[in-house]
Ligand binder design. Structure first.
Ligand SMILES: [Zn+2]
Length: 469
Protein backbone atom coordinates (compact mmCIF):
# COMPACT_ATOMS: atom_id res chain seq x y z
CA UNK A 1 0.00 0.00 0.00
CA UNK A 2 1.09 3.53 -0.73
CA UNK A 3 1.05 6.40 1.78
CA UNK A 4 0.90 10.01 0.67
CA UNK A 5 2.12 12.65 3.10
CA UNK A 6 0.34 15.70 1.78
CA UNK A 7 0.47 19.43 2.52
CA UNK A 8 3.99 19.62 3.92
CA UNK A 9 7.14 21.60 3.31
CA UNK A 10 10.58 20.17 2.67
CA UNK A 11 14.07 21.61 2.37
CA UNK A 12 15.06 21.58 -1.32
CA UNK A 13 17.46 18.67 -1.84
CA UNK A 14 20.77 19.46 -3.48
CA UNK A 15 23.33 22.26 -3.31
CA UNK A 16 22.25 25.53 -1.74
CA UNK A 17 21.59 28.08 -4.46
CA UNK A 18 19.92 30.92 -2.61
CA UNK A 19 16.37 29.74 -3.33
CA UNK A 20 13.59 29.42 -0.76
CA UNK A 21 14.33 27.71 2.59
CA UNK A 22 11.44 25.31 2.06
CA UNK A 23 9.11 24.25 -0.74
CA UNK A 24 5.67 22.59 -0.66
CA UNK A 25 5.66 18.91 -1.59
CA UNK A 26 3.96 15.53 -1.40
CA UNK A 27 5.94 12.52 -0.24
CA UNK A 28 4.90 9.13 -1.54
CA UNK A 29 5.98 6.17 0.57
CA UNK A 30 5.73 2.47 -0.24
CA UNK A 31 6.79 0.02 2.43
CA UNK A 32 9.92 1.38 4.06
CA UNK A 33 11.03 3.68 1.27
CA UNK A 34 10.25 7.03 -0.27
CA UNK A 35 9.18 6.38 -3.87
CA UNK A 36 8.51 9.93 -5.01
CA UNK A 37 8.91 13.55 -3.97
CA UNK A 38 6.60 15.70 -6.04
CA UNK A 39 4.84 19.08 -6.09
CA UNK A 40 1.49 18.84 -4.22
CA UNK A 41 -1.06 16.61 -5.97
CA UNK A 42 0.98 16.47 -9.16
CA UNK A 43 1.00 12.68 -8.94
CA UNK A 44 -2.47 11.12 -9.22
CA UNK A 45 -3.80 9.27 -6.18
CA UNK A 46 -3.91 5.49 -6.26
CA UNK A 47 -7.10 3.66 -5.29
CA UNK A 48 -5.97 2.31 -1.90
CA UNK A 49 -3.68 5.23 -1.09
CA UNK A 50 -3.54 6.35 2.53
CA UNK A 51 -3.47 10.14 2.63
CA UNK A 52 -2.11 11.99 5.67
CA UNK A 53 -2.56 15.76 5.86
CA UNK A 54 0.60 17.22 7.43
CA UNK A 55 -1.02 20.64 7.84
CA UNK A 56 1.82 22.64 6.32
CA UNK A 57 4.45 21.34 8.73
CA UNK A 58 8.15 21.08 7.96
CA UNK A 59 9.34 17.55 7.16
CA UNK A 60 13.07 16.88 7.45
CA UNK A 61 15.11 13.73 6.96
CA UNK A 62 15.27 12.05 10.37
CA UNK A 63 18.33 13.17 12.29
CA UNK A 64 21.27 10.80 12.75
CA UNK A 65 22.93 11.28 16.13
CA UNK A 66 26.39 9.95 15.37
CA UNK A 67 27.62 10.11 18.97
CA UNK A 68 25.58 8.61 21.80
CA UNK A 69 26.48 6.62 24.93
CA UNK A 70 23.48 4.44 25.78
CA UNK A 71 25.53 2.37 28.27
CA UNK A 72 23.82 -0.94 27.50
CA UNK A 73 24.71 -3.54 28.72
CA UNK A 74 26.87 -2.76 31.71
CA UNK A 75 26.09 0.77 32.89
CA UNK A 76 22.31 0.75 32.70
CA UNK A 77 21.93 2.83 35.87
CA UNK A 78 22.93 5.68 33.52
CA UNK A 79 21.02 4.93 30.34
CA UNK A 80 19.67 1.95 28.43
CA UNK A 81 18.73 1.34 24.85
CA UNK A 82 14.99 1.52 25.45
CA UNK A 83 15.02 4.91 27.18
CA UNK A 84 17.77 6.26 24.95
CA UNK A 85 15.95 5.40 21.73
CA UNK A 86 12.64 6.58 23.22
CA UNK A 87 14.24 10.00 23.73
CA UNK A 88 15.64 9.83 20.20
CA UNK A 89 12.19 9.14 18.72
CA UNK A 90 10.66 12.05 20.65
CA UNK A 91 13.38 14.34 19.27
CA UNK A 92 13.14 13.43 15.58
CA UNK A 93 16.29 11.29 15.66
CA UNK A 94 15.69 8.19 13.53
CA UNK A 95 19.13 6.60 13.77
CA UNK A 96 21.63 6.64 16.62
CA UNK A 97 25.24 5.52 16.47
CA UNK A 98 26.24 4.13 19.85
CA UNK A 99 29.78 4.36 21.20
CA UNK A 100 31.78 1.17 21.89
CA UNK A 101 33.36 2.23 25.18
CA UNK A 102 30.43 2.71 27.57
CA UNK A 103 29.04 -0.82 27.50
CA UNK A 104 30.31 -4.04 29.06
CA UNK A 105 31.62 -5.72 27.12
CA UNK A 106 33.07 -2.90 25.02
CA UNK A 107 32.77 -3.36 21.26
CA UNK A 108 36.36 -4.43 20.61
CA UNK A 109 35.76 -7.91 19.14
CA UNK A 110 33.15 -9.76 17.10
CA UNK A 111 32.03 -11.79 20.12
CA UNK A 112 31.61 -8.67 22.23
CA UNK A 113 29.65 -6.96 19.45
CA UNK A 114 27.24 -9.91 19.15
CA UNK A 115 26.78 -10.01 22.93
CA UNK A 116 25.83 -6.32 22.96
CA UNK A 117 23.50 -6.66 19.97
CA UNK A 118 21.60 -9.52 21.64
CA UNK A 119 20.87 -7.27 24.63
CA UNK A 120 19.93 -4.06 22.83
CA UNK A 121 18.02 -5.35 19.79
CA UNK A 122 14.75 -5.97 21.70
CA UNK A 123 14.91 -2.45 23.18
CA UNK A 124 15.46 -0.19 20.17
CA UNK A 125 12.69 2.19 19.09
CA UNK A 126 14.67 3.79 16.25
CA UNK A 127 17.36 2.42 13.94
CA UNK A 128 20.87 2.14 15.29
CA UNK A 129 24.46 1.50 14.32
CA UNK A 130 27.37 0.57 16.56
CA UNK A 131 30.82 2.08 16.72
CA UNK A 132 33.65 -0.42 17.17
CA UNK A 133 36.79 0.58 19.02
CA UNK A 134 40.41 -0.05 19.82
CA UNK A 135 41.47 0.61 23.42
CA UNK A 136 44.76 0.05 25.24
CA UNK A 137 42.98 -2.87 26.94
CA UNK A 138 42.13 -4.40 23.56
CA UNK A 139 45.70 -3.89 22.31
CA UNK A 140 47.02 -5.99 25.18
CA UNK A 141 45.51 -9.00 23.36
CA UNK A 142 48.02 -10.46 20.89
CA UNK A 143 45.23 -10.89 18.32
CA UNK A 144 43.85 -7.36 18.60
CA UNK A 145 44.17 -6.81 14.84
CA UNK A 146 42.05 -9.90 14.15
CA UNK A 147 39.46 -8.55 16.61
CA UNK A 148 39.44 -5.22 14.79
CA UNK A 149 38.97 -7.03 11.48
CA UNK A 150 36.00 -8.90 13.01
CA UNK A 151 34.16 -5.78 14.12
CA UNK A 152 34.79 -4.14 10.76
CA UNK A 153 33.44 -7.18 8.89
CA UNK A 154 30.42 -7.16 11.24
CA UNK A 155 29.51 -3.75 9.82
CA UNK A 156 30.38 -1.29 12.60
CA UNK A 157 29.85 2.34 11.62
CA UNK A 158 33.40 3.53 12.37
CA UNK A 159 36.19 2.94 14.92
CA UNK A 160 36.56 5.00 18.12
CA UNK A 161 39.98 5.79 19.60
CA UNK A 162 40.90 7.82 22.68
CA UNK A 163 43.97 9.99 23.19
CA UNK A 164 42.62 10.68 26.72
CA UNK A 165 40.06 8.44 28.38
CA UNK A 166 38.76 8.39 31.93
CA UNK A 167 37.52 4.80 31.61
CA UNK A 168 39.36 1.82 33.09
CA UNK A 169 37.47 -0.54 30.78
CA UNK A 170 38.46 1.43 27.65
CA UNK A 171 41.84 3.05 28.22
CA UNK A 172 43.46 5.59 25.91
CA UNK A 173 46.17 4.74 23.40
CA UNK A 174 49.77 5.93 23.66
CA UNK A 175 51.44 7.54 20.63
CA UNK A 176 52.65 4.22 19.25
CA UNK A 177 49.31 2.49 19.78
CA UNK A 178 47.46 5.35 18.15
CA UNK A 179 49.62 5.19 15.04
CA UNK A 180 49.29 1.40 14.83
CA UNK A 181 45.51 1.61 15.14
CA UNK A 182 45.35 4.33 12.47
CA UNK A 183 47.44 2.22 10.07
CA UNK A 184 45.14 -0.79 10.53
CA UNK A 185 41.95 1.23 10.03
CA UNK A 186 43.46 2.74 6.90
CA UNK A 187 44.25 -0.78 5.61
CA UNK A 188 40.68 -1.90 6.39
CA UNK A 189 39.14 1.17 4.76
CA UNK A 190 37.15 2.31 7.81
CA UNK A 191 37.11 5.81 9.31
CA UNK A 192 38.01 6.58 12.92
CA UNK A 193 36.56 9.00 15.44
CA UNK A 194 39.07 10.30 17.96
CA UNK A 195 38.68 11.87 21.38
CA UNK A 196 41.44 14.44 20.98
CA UNK A 197 42.86 15.97 24.13
CA UNK A 198 46.52 16.04 25.20
CA UNK A 199 46.73 13.37 27.90
CA UNK A 200 49.99 14.51 29.53
CA UNK A 201 48.96 18.16 29.66
CA UNK A 202 45.52 17.47 31.15
CA UNK A 203 46.71 14.90 33.70
CA UNK A 204 49.59 17.13 34.82
CA UNK A 205 47.37 20.18 35.40
CA UNK A 206 44.69 18.03 37.06
CA UNK A 207 47.22 16.51 39.47
CA UNK A 208 48.57 19.94 40.43
CA UNK A 209 45.11 21.47 40.98
CA UNK A 210 43.98 18.55 43.14
CA UNK A 211 47.20 18.79 45.16
CA UNK A 212 46.43 22.47 45.73
CA UNK A 213 43.03 21.48 47.08
CA UNK A 214 41.14 23.27 44.30
CA UNK A 215 37.63 21.98 43.72
CA UNK A 216 35.53 24.49 41.78
CA UNK A 217 33.91 24.06 38.37
CA UNK A 218 36.37 26.59 36.91
CA UNK A 219 39.27 24.50 38.24
CA UNK A 220 37.96 21.63 36.17
CA UNK A 221 37.83 24.00 33.18
CA UNK A 222 41.43 25.04 33.86
CA UNK A 223 42.49 21.39 33.81
CA UNK A 224 41.31 20.96 30.22
CA UNK A 225 42.53 24.06 28.36
CA UNK A 226 41.96 24.72 24.67
CA UNK A 227 45.68 24.09 24.21
CA UNK A 228 45.05 20.43 25.07
CA UNK A 229 42.63 20.09 22.16
CA UNK A 230 44.87 22.05 19.80
CA UNK A 231 47.91 19.94 20.63
CA UNK A 232 46.04 16.65 20.17
CA UNK A 233 44.41 17.69 16.89
CA UNK A 234 47.82 18.86 15.60
CA UNK A 235 49.21 15.41 16.44
CA UNK A 236 46.33 13.85 14.52
CA UNK A 237 47.05 16.04 11.51
CA UNK A 238 50.65 14.76 11.51
CA UNK A 239 49.45 11.17 11.84
CA UNK A 240 46.90 11.72 9.09
CA UNK A 241 49.69 12.84 6.74
CA UNK A 242 51.79 9.85 7.74
CA UNK A 243 49.16 7.09 7.67
CA UNK A 244 46.44 8.34 5.32
CA UNK A 245 43.79 7.27 7.88
CA UNK A 246 40.34 8.91 7.62
CA UNK A 247 40.26 10.85 10.91
CA UNK A 248 37.13 12.43 12.38
CA UNK A 249 37.64 14.53 15.52
CA UNK A 250 34.66 14.12 17.83
CA UNK A 251 33.26 16.83 20.11
CA UNK A 252 35.45 19.75 19.05
CA UNK A 253 35.09 22.44 21.72
CA UNK A 254 37.96 24.82 20.94
CA UNK A 255 37.87 27.26 18.05
CA UNK A 256 41.64 26.92 17.52
CA UNK A 257 41.32 23.14 17.28
CA UNK A 258 38.73 23.70 14.57
CA UNK A 259 41.23 25.98 12.79
CA UNK A 260 43.72 23.09 12.70
CA UNK A 261 41.11 20.75 11.20
CA UNK A 262 40.20 23.39 8.61
CA UNK A 263 43.88 23.82 7.68
CA UNK A 264 44.29 20.05 7.37
CA UNK A 265 41.28 19.87 5.06
CA UNK A 266 42.76 22.73 3.09
CA UNK A 267 45.84 20.55 2.56
CA UNK A 268 43.56 17.84 1.22
CA UNK A 269 43.92 15.59 4.28
CA UNK A 270 40.98 13.26 5.04
CA UNK A 271 40.03 14.92 8.35
CA UNK A 272 36.69 16.19 9.61
CA UNK A 273 35.15 17.50 12.82
CA UNK A 274 32.06 17.13 14.97
CA UNK A 275 30.78 19.55 17.57
CA UNK A 276 27.88 19.30 20.01
CA UNK A 277 25.13 21.65 21.22
CA UNK A 278 26.88 22.14 24.58
CA UNK A 279 29.93 23.69 22.85
CA UNK A 280 27.74 25.83 20.61
CA UNK A 281 25.69 27.10 23.53
CA UNK A 282 27.68 27.34 26.74
CA UNK A 283 30.83 28.93 28.14
CA UNK A 284 32.91 28.64 31.30
CA UNK A 285 30.60 31.20 32.91
CA UNK A 286 27.72 28.77 32.51
CA UNK A 287 29.89 26.00 33.95
CA UNK A 288 30.53 28.19 36.94
CA UNK A 289 26.81 28.77 37.53
CA UNK A 290 25.54 25.30 36.58
CA UNK A 291 28.43 23.35 38.09
CA UNK A 292 28.83 19.65 37.39
CA UNK A 293 25.48 19.55 35.62
CA UNK A 294 27.39 20.99 32.64
CA UNK A 295 30.59 18.99 33.21
CA UNK A 296 31.74 17.36 29.97
CA UNK A 297 35.05 16.36 28.37
CA UNK A 298 36.26 18.40 26.58
CA UNK A 299 34.94 21.23 28.71
CA UNK A 300 32.88 24.18 27.41
CA UNK A 301 35.08 27.18 26.65
CA UNK A 302 34.72 30.88 25.78
CA UNK A 303 32.39 33.13 23.83
CA UNK A 304 34.99 33.32 21.03
CA UNK A 305 35.09 29.53 20.82
CA UNK A 306 31.30 29.39 20.61
CA UNK A 307 31.27 31.93 17.82
CA UNK A 308 34.00 30.12 15.88
CA UNK A 309 32.09 26.83 16.20
CA UNK A 310 28.82 28.35 14.93
CA UNK A 311 30.75 29.92 12.09
CA UNK A 312 32.21 26.48 11.36
CA UNK A 313 28.78 24.85 11.29
CA UNK A 314 27.61 27.56 8.90
CA UNK A 315 30.62 27.62 6.54
CA UNK A 316 31.39 23.91 6.38
CA UNK A 317 34.49 23.78 8.61
CA UNK A 318 32.40 21.59 10.95
CA UNK A 319 30.96 18.56 9.19
CA UNK A 320 28.76 16.95 11.89
CA UNK A 321 26.76 18.05 14.89
CA UNK A 322 26.03 15.21 17.34
CA UNK A 323 25.22 15.16 21.04
CA UNK A 324 27.76 12.99 22.90
CA UNK A 325 24.65 11.98 24.87
CA UNK A 326 26.08 10.67 28.17
CA UNK A 327 23.89 10.73 31.24
CA UNK A 328 25.26 10.11 34.71
CA UNK A 329 22.99 8.74 37.41
CA UNK A 330 21.07 11.76 38.60
CA UNK A 331 21.73 13.20 41.09
CA UNK A 332 24.05 10.65 42.75
CA UNK A 333 26.83 10.62 40.13
CA UNK A 334 26.53 14.31 39.25
CA UNK A 335 26.56 15.58 42.82
CA UNK A 336 29.40 13.70 44.51
CA UNK A 337 30.76 16.69 46.39
CA UNK A 338 33.80 17.08 44.16
CA UNK A 339 34.02 18.45 40.63
CA UNK A 340 36.81 15.91 40.01
CA UNK A 341 34.65 12.87 40.73
CA UNK A 342 31.30 14.18 39.42
CA UNK A 343 30.29 12.28 36.28
CA UNK A 344 31.31 14.04 33.05
CA UNK A 345 28.54 14.06 30.46
CA UNK A 346 25.12 15.44 29.61
CA UNK A 347 22.16 13.72 27.95
CA UNK A 348 21.05 15.43 24.76
CA UNK A 349 19.74 13.11 22.03
CA UNK A 350 16.19 14.43 22.37
CA UNK A 351 17.28 18.06 22.05
CA UNK A 352 19.65 17.82 19.07
CA UNK A 353 17.20 18.70 16.33
CA UNK A 354 15.01 21.05 18.43
CA UNK A 355 18.13 22.95 19.53
CA UNK A 356 19.65 23.30 16.06
CA UNK A 357 16.32 24.24 14.50
CA UNK A 358 15.58 26.90 17.12
CA UNK A 359 19.00 28.27 18.09
CA UNK A 360 20.67 27.65 14.72
CA UNK A 361 18.13 28.17 11.98
CA UNK A 362 15.51 30.37 13.61
CA UNK A 363 18.16 32.67 15.07
CA UNK A 364 19.68 33.04 11.62
CA UNK A 365 23.01 31.37 12.41
CA UNK A 366 22.68 28.55 9.88
CA UNK A 367 20.46 27.72 6.94
CA UNK A 368 18.04 24.81 7.04
CA UNK A 369 20.06 23.21 4.26
CA UNK A 370 23.22 23.35 6.43
CA UNK A 371 21.28 21.95 9.38
CA UNK A 372 20.14 18.97 7.32
CA UNK A 373 23.70 18.50 6.07
CA UNK A 374 25.32 18.38 9.54
CA UNK A 375 22.77 16.12 11.26
CA UNK A 376 21.54 14.00 8.34
CA UNK A 377 23.42 13.80 5.06
CA UNK A 378 27.05 14.16 6.19
CA UNK A 379 26.82 11.66 9.08
CA UNK A 380 25.00 9.16 6.81
CA UNK A 381 27.78 9.39 4.28
CA UNK A 382 30.55 9.15 6.93
CA UNK A 383 28.99 6.04 8.49
CA UNK A 384 28.60 4.33 5.11
CA UNK A 385 24.81 4.56 4.83
CA UNK A 386 24.65 7.57 2.52
CA UNK A 387 22.82 5.55 -0.12
CA UNK A 388 19.79 4.89 2.08
CA UNK A 389 19.55 7.43 4.92
CA UNK A 390 20.03 11.17 5.48
CA UNK A 391 18.03 12.53 2.53
CA UNK A 392 14.44 12.89 1.40
CA UNK A 393 14.71 11.36 -2.06
CA UNK A 394 13.29 8.41 -4.01
CA UNK A 395 14.83 5.12 -2.90
CA UNK A 396 15.79 6.41 0.55
CA UNK A 397 14.39 5.04 3.82
CA UNK A 398 11.32 7.04 4.82
CA UNK A 399 12.99 8.32 8.02
CA UNK A 400 11.35 11.64 8.78
CA UNK A 401 11.18 14.30 11.49
CA UNK A 402 8.08 16.50 11.40
CA UNK A 403 8.35 19.98 12.94
CA UNK A 404 5.50 22.36 13.65
CA UNK A 405 7.22 25.67 12.93
CA UNK A 406 4.40 27.68 14.47
CA UNK A 407 4.70 25.99 17.87
CA UNK A 408 7.27 26.49 20.64
CA UNK A 409 8.02 24.94 24.01
CA UNK A 410 10.04 25.29 27.16
CA UNK A 411 12.64 22.63 27.93
CA UNK A 412 11.95 20.86 31.22
CA UNK A 413 14.19 17.96 32.17
CA UNK A 414 11.21 16.13 33.69
CA UNK A 415 9.47 16.09 30.29
CA UNK A 416 12.37 14.37 28.51
CA UNK A 417 12.37 10.60 27.91
CA UNK A 418 15.87 9.35 28.65
CA UNK A 419 16.58 7.59 31.94
CA UNK A 420 18.41 10.27 33.95
CA UNK A 421 16.73 13.57 33.30
CA UNK A 422 18.78 16.71 33.68
CA UNK A 423 19.79 19.28 31.11
CA UNK A 424 21.83 22.50 31.01
CA UNK A 425 19.07 23.81 28.70
CA UNK A 426 16.51 23.68 31.54
CA UNK A 427 13.97 26.49 31.15
CA UNK A 428 15.06 27.41 27.61
CA UNK A 429 12.26 28.45 25.28
CA UNK A 430 12.70 26.82 21.86
CA UNK A 431 10.95 27.77 18.62
CA UNK A 432 9.34 24.90 16.68
CA UNK A 433 8.39 21.50 17.98
CA UNK A 434 8.79 17.90 16.84
CA UNK A 435 5.28 16.52 16.34
CA UNK A 436 6.02 13.20 14.63
CA UNK A 437 8.86 10.87 13.78
CA UNK A 438 8.77 8.22 11.06
CA UNK A 439 11.24 5.34 10.87
CA UNK A 440 11.28 3.43 7.57
CA UNK A 441 7.80 4.63 6.67
CA UNK A 442 6.21 3.91 10.06
CA UNK A 443 5.17 6.65 12.46
CA UNK A 444 6.87 5.73 15.75
CA UNK A 445 6.15 8.95 17.64
CA UNK A 446 3.30 11.41 17.56
CA UNK A 447 2.44 14.50 19.57
CA UNK A 448 -0.61 16.74 19.44
CA UNK A 449 -2.61 18.92 21.80
CA UNK A 450 -3.96 15.81 23.55
CA UNK A 451 -0.49 14.51 24.40
CA UNK A 452 2.19 12.26 23.01
CA UNK A 453 2.34 8.65 22.02
CA UNK A 454 4.98 6.07 21.08
CA UNK A 455 3.22 4.04 18.42
CA UNK A 456 5.55 1.08 17.95
CA UNK A 457 6.92 -1.31 20.55
CA UNK A 458 10.53 -1.42 21.66
CA UNK A 459 12.41 -3.67 19.24
CA UNK A 460 10.99 -1.91 16.19
CA UNK A 461 14.32 -0.19 15.58
CA UNK A 462 16.64 -2.11 13.33
CA UNK A 463 20.38 -2.51 13.39
CA UNK A 464 21.98 -0.85 10.36
CA UNK A 465 25.34 -2.00 9.06
CA UNK A 466 27.96 0.12 7.37
CA UNK A 467 27.79 -0.62 3.66
CA UNK A 468 31.08 -1.47 1.93
CA UNK A 469 32.36 1.42 -0.19
ZN1 LIG B 1 31.49 10.55 23.76
Amino acid sequence: MRTRLHNLRIVPDGPEVGGPDTIPADLLIEGERIVAVAPPDQRPAEADELRLDMEGQLVLPGAIDGHVHFDDPGFTHRENFETGTRAAAAGGVTCVVDMPCTSLPPVTSGANLREKLAVIAPKARVDYMLWGGVSANAMEEPDWVAHLEEVVSEGVAAIKLYMLSGMETFRDLDAQGLEQALRETRRLGIPVGVHAEDRNLVLEITRRLIEEGRNEPLDYAASRPAAGEVSAVSTLRTLCRRTGARIHVVHVGAGEALDVIAEARGEGLPMSGETCPQYLEFTEEDLQSQGALLKTAPVVKTEEDRERLWQGVANGDIQHVATDHAAGEWPAEKRTGSIWTDYGGVPGVELLLPYLYSEGYRRGRISLARMVEVVCAAPASFFGIGGRKGRIAPGFDADLAVIDETDGWTVRAGDLHNLNRYTPLEGRRLAGRVTATFVRGVRVYHRDAAGEEFLEPAGFGRRIRREPA
